[in-house]
Ligand binder design. Structure first.
Ligand SMILES: *Cc1c(COP(=O)(O)O)cnc(C)c1O
Length: 391
């Protein structure tokens, strides 16, 4: 059956090219784990995870065991890292589906140890990525608290320390001191790990900003000094975007932005047209009053689809390659645009909410700026009911 005309188009080929380009930016032996959490940033895990794997990804990153199970169903081959860790009662499912957990809380280690023993795992066979809190105060063990955690990986433990991991919180601050401090704390933590006789394979650090902003070499050098291989975790750039760097943008960042291709377009259609006379009001509470006769188009998209209500009377969408201002409030399922000055608009015309049309384009940054958020949130707020179609 045809569905309501509000959909997202995913160019999986662009995602593949983005992954290959990012791999060319990274040091040759750096492994790029593809972050596909939150349904691939709203782009559809089912479409994007296989595309990343086709492009060469050996690792996928998800938030939860639930997401990991979905990633495993889409992709039998790659390693799947659960970056949000396991919750009580999830260890068995994580093992059963071949998921690898990031861990830092005692209850997570206990959950994984118990599940591994219950499954009859041999000592040192269940890999874990240990997160270090190098300054973000969100996840991870502080370097000062490492000793008891490292002691858990004794000879009898079913767990194996496969990677030391951390998350950088300010790698979009060009020449920022924060990253330098974080990496120094990470190196101190790695020293402790090695001194405890543990031999992790990977140093797992750095998201998009670190990869495109010039920290990749520093990270690879740190890993090499410690005898570890480097793993980085790009998300945003896979989907074709690069964060804005403050206070100014390194030249490499602009070059990467020019090469990466946005993967997602969001579209709807004109589902009704009407003329209104001067004095007519439009939408809930009559926040828009026509001062002259107008031609309006009704669109099959609303805030329940993820179109932010604050865009009402504030933003324009694309039809016939031109900007049609949203007038009145955005409703739950519908939005009205002004097409008075755009000749020939008909029922069935395609509307672009996010993406290219003709010579113009609306980017996730445009939508984010107008609603005081970030593009990551614009993407992840596109509702599940909006179907994702590969193109
Ligand atoms: C989301 C996330 C990433 C990816 O970040 P981007 O800025 O989207 O590239 C990497 N690592 C962790 C731990 C994350 O939570």
């Amino acid at each position: 059956m045809q569905t309501r005309p509000c959909w997202v188009e995913i160019r999986t080929h662009s995602l593949e090219e983005n992954y290959r380009f990012l791999q060319s930016l990274a040091a040759p032996h750096t492994e790029l784990l593809a972050i596909v959490k939150a349904d691939a940033y709203g782009h559809s895990l089912g479409l994007c995870a296989p595309a990343a794997v086709r492009a060469g990804a050996h690792w996928l990153g998800v938030t939860s065991v639930e997401e990991g199970i979905a990633a495993r169903a889409a992709c039998p081959e790659p390693r799947v890292l659960v970056i949000g860790g396991v919750f009580p009662g999830q260890g068995a499912a994580a093992l059963e589906h071949g998921l690898t957990a990031v861990a830092w809380e005692p209850y997570q280690f206990e959950e994984l140890e118990a599940a591994a023993r219950a499954a009859g795992a041999q000592p040192g066979t269940v890999p874990v990525h240990l997160e270090i809190d190098t300054g973000m105060s969100r996840q991870g063990v502080l370097p000062a608290g490492l000793a008891p955690v490292l002691a858990r990986f004794g000879a009898a433990s079913p767990l194996k320390l496969e990677a030391v991991m951390t998350h950088l919180y300010a790698s979009d601050e060009a020449n920022g001191a924060a990253t330098t401090t974080q990496l120094a704390r990470l190196e101190e933590a790695v020293r402790q790990v090695l001194a405890a006789g543990l031999k992790p394979e990977w140093l797992n650090v750095g998201a998009t900003a670190a990869l495109v902003g010039g920290d990749a070499e520093t990270i690879a050098a740190l890993a090499a000094r410690s005898g570890l291989k480097t793993m980085m975790r790009p998300g945003f750039a896979l989907y074709g975007l690069v964060p804005r760097f403050e206070p100014e943008e390194p030249a490499d960042v602009a070059a990467a932005r020019a090469r990466l291709q946005p993967v997602l377009s969001w579209k709807t259609k004109v589902v009704g047209l009407r003329f209104i006379p001067a004095g007519a009001v439009v939408g809930y509470n009559g926040t828009f009053v026509a001062t002259e006769p107008m031609r309006l188009a009704l669109l099959a998209v609303g805030y329940a689809d993820g179109l932010d209500r604050h865009l009402g009377n504030h933003f324009s969408l694309l039809v016939r390659g031109e900007r049609a201002p949203i007038i009145g409030r955005v409703s739950m399922d519908q939005t009205v645009v002004d097409v008075t000055d755009i000749p020939g608009v008909q029922v069935g015309d395609e509307i672009v909410i996010l993406g290219h049309q003709g010579k113009d384009a609306i980017t996730a940054f445009d939508l984010a700026d107008d609603t005081e958020t970030i593009p990551w949130e614009v993407f992840t707020r596109i509702a599940p009911r909006v179907r994702r179609v590969a193109v």
